[in-house]
Design a binder for this molecule. Structure first.
Ligand code: SF4
Ligand code: SF4
Length: 86
């Protein structure tokens, strides 16, 4: 499937541990990436500075669902499942 216009959930919900231009320590879960523009598109798309993590999150029916609420729930769950316990 194609990425849904004006969604941006996968640039907000997950934590990213690698540096992002403007966010040198990456970003915590639930925080909007500074590279997400007002139309919820990535300013770095297709550029080498875009973290490899971002390219690994491909749109899918399972993840994206029919609306942003589904995507937020799915990615929140993924974040919980992949966060190491101290
Ligand atoms: S959750 Fe899916 S539809 Fe939303 S921005 Fe990410 S890839 Fe696109
Ligand atoms: S760098 Fe781009 S694709 Fe990655 S989280 Fe930020 S806005 Fe999203």
């Amino acid at each position: 499937m194609d990425c849904r216009p004006n969604c941006g959930v996968c640039c907000i919900a997950p934590s990213i541990t690698s540096p992002i231009p403007g966010m040198p320590d990456g970003k915590p879960a639930g925080v909007r990436c500074v590279q997400l523009d007002a139309g919820n598109r990535c300013r770095l798309f297709g550029r080498p500075e875009r973290p490899a993590f971002c390219g690994g999150l491909q749109p899918s029916r399972e993840m994206c669902g029919a609306d942003t609420g589904h995507a937020m729930q799915w990615l929140d769950r993924l974040e919980r499942l992949t966060t190491p316990t101290p």
